[in-house]
Design a protein around this ligand. Structure first.
Ligand SMILES: [Zn+2]
Length: 74
């Protein structure tokens, strides 16, 4: 089995770890609602992907509001 010949110093290990994921993920604007979203992912704020509603929580919200309005009236 290959083994390390010498132990690395604490500083050396810490220096190596300084390069671990320092940049934020690249976000692009959603074409539907202009909110920042990750590329190739469904938009978390409007649920659209490729111009189509994939998650229907936008319509769900509207339905909920309609129900609330009905309740208030009745
Ligand atoms: Zn969106």
């Amino acid at each position: 089995m290959p083994n390390p010949k010498r132990r690395h110093s604490r500083a050396r290990g810490r220096r190596r770890r300084t390069h671990w994921k320092l940049t934020a993920p690249n976000l692009s604007d959603c074409p539907q609602c202009k909110a920042p979203k990750m590329a190739h992912r469904v938009c978390p704020s409007c649920g659209f992907y490729d111009g189509k509603p994939v998650l229907d929580f936008a319509t769900k919200k509207a339905k909920k509001e309609e129900k609330k309005k009905k309740k208030g009236q009745g």
